[in-house]
Design a protein around this ligand. Structure first.
Ligand code: SF4
Ligand SMILES: [Zn+2]
Length: 126
């Protein structure tokens, strides 16, 4: 779970860095930060991105699926529609950039998981 939350925060950070540098930004604050998920390195985010990240963290913490798929490939999808839409556009921006911003390992793990989920789904359909 810790790894998932860190990966999510990483993508939100890339998105906020690329789109909201003109906004006032501060260290992200949330129960996940307080419980030490990010160590001393909570992301600097604008209030909007921080709120979206808090929402995603809470969903992840209370996720009942085991094994948990990536949220993007989840058939349950517990996010409210607007949060889901926000995450989709955030990932469209941050996903490709994560590969070139020194986070190739996390990004590769994320995309490998996506591929595994797709393969599992295809197998279940046959
Ligand atoms: S979208 Fe699916 S995988 Fe993601 S937290 Fe919700 S139930 Fe779990
Ligand atoms: Zn932002």
């Amino acid at each position: 779970m810790r790894r998932d939350l860190r990966t999510l925060a990483l993508f939100v950070r890339i998105y906020c860095d690329g789109n909201h540098r003109d906004r006032e930004r501060a260290k992200h604050r949330s129960p996940a930060v307080d419980s030490g998920v990010y160590g001393d390195s909570a992301a600097m985010l604008c209030a909007d991105c921080s709120q979206h990240l808090s929402y995603g963290e809470a969903r992840r913490v209370f996720c009942a699926l085991d094994p948990k798929p990536f949220c993007a490939h989840c058939e349950v999808h517990c996010f409210k529609a607007e949060e889901r839409a926000w995450n989709r556009q955030m990932m469209r921006y941050a996903g490709p950039r994560s590969l070139t911003r020194g986070f190739a390992r996390q990004a590769a793990r994320h995309f490998a998981g996506s591929v595994r989920t797709r393969i599992r789904r295809l197998r279940n359909r046959t």
